[in-house]
Ligand binder design. Structure first.
Ligand code: FAD
Length: 263
């Protein structure tokens, strides 16, 4: 599930993906830093990744977790940590995806995305279908045609905050994806669930929305068969490629969501 501990290894993985027609998004592993120096180190790793994407002409962008960029130190501090990353993205024309973490961070994460966009940076958020608030957030993003990733949501949330049952989460996932496709916001449909992929692609077809108006996203190493099939069927598909020395929590989440992967 992890491309390697170094940027060189991640670049190798992206080259291999690009050669098959897949796009990539690079994730420097790490989360929840508590001091500015650690946040700045993580930001520097992202600047390096963006420069490499440009230098090698790879079809890739980056995905960033704000707690790794010092969000726990405050929104202003986080924006200041992000400044060199946003500048590198702008210089090299590399889109920056801001991942979504637990619901404690939703407001602050959307605020950071908003403020970066107001300054003209090409960034976009992630919306988690399981959150009750998400239809309202998506309405706003659709109105501004913000490039958004839709996922089910990976953090344990209470029933007041998030749907708990699979069907409700799936229905929300499809309707939020539809809203963003209709708004022509080029959404990213992030899931390994064949039912979600089937429902969203059928809905696009019904509405006359071509495969160039959205993309599917899957995680590195997960359902490679499905990744190949999506490309063969003519869909745009991006693989989330995590790398770095702090791989342990990410790896454990992948095992927890599907214990059979341990085998
Ligand atoms: P599930 O509903 O978990 O499972 C459905 C089916 O998918 C399974 O039966 C199986 O066939 C297949 N499957 C699922 N997981 C695996 C696996 N690990 N190995 C093998 N098969 C599997 N969450 C966030 O909260 N914030 C984010 O910013 C975020 N970004 C993401 C980016 C990408 C590109 C992806 C793919 C996911 C992201 N997620 C994020 C995680 C997401 O919220 C879900 O927790 C995760 O994708 C599991 O839901 P699912 O729809 O893929 O499949």
């Amino acid at each position: 599930f992890v491309a390697g501990t170094t940027l060189d290894q991640a670049v190798e993985a992206v080259r291999t993906l690009n050669a098959t027609g897949a796009m990539a998004t690079l994730d420097v592993l790490g989360e929840s830093v508590e001091d500015r120096a650690a946040a700045d180190r993580a930001a520097a790793a992202y600047v390096e990744a963006i420069e490499r994407i440009a230098a090698e002409g790879m079809d890739a962008n980056v995905s960033i977790k704000l707690t790794q960029m010092g969000l726990d130190l405050g929104v202003e501090e986080c924006l200041s940590v992000l400044a060199p990353v946003a500048a590198a993205g702008a210089t090299h024309g590399v889109f920056i995806r801001i991942d979504m973490e637990s619901s404690d961070y939703t407001d602050r994460t959307l605020e950071v995305v908003d403020r970066l966009r107001a300054d003209g940076f090409d960034v976009g958020p992630v919306i988690q279908a399981y959150l009750h608030r998400s239809p309202a957030d998506v309405e706003q993003l659709a109105a501004e045609r913000v490039r958004t990733r839709i996922c089910k949501g990976a953090y344990a949330e209470p029933p007041e905050v998030a749907h708990q049952d699979r069907e409700a989460i799936g229905d929300a996932f499809v309707s939020l994806s539809e809203r963003l496709m209709e708004a022509d916001a080029y959404p990213a449909i992030a899931t390994h669930d064949p039912e979600m992929i089937g429902r969203v692609s059928a809905s696009a077809l019904e509405r006359g929305i071509g495969p160039e108006r959205f993309e599917f996203q899957l995680l590195y190493g997960v359902r490679r068969d499905l990744q190949r099939r999506l490309l063969a069927d003519g869909y745009r598909m991006r693989v989330y490629v995590p790398y770095g020395t702090e791989w342990y929590p990410y790896f454990m989440r992948r095992l927890a969501e599907r214990p059979a992967n341990a085998l």
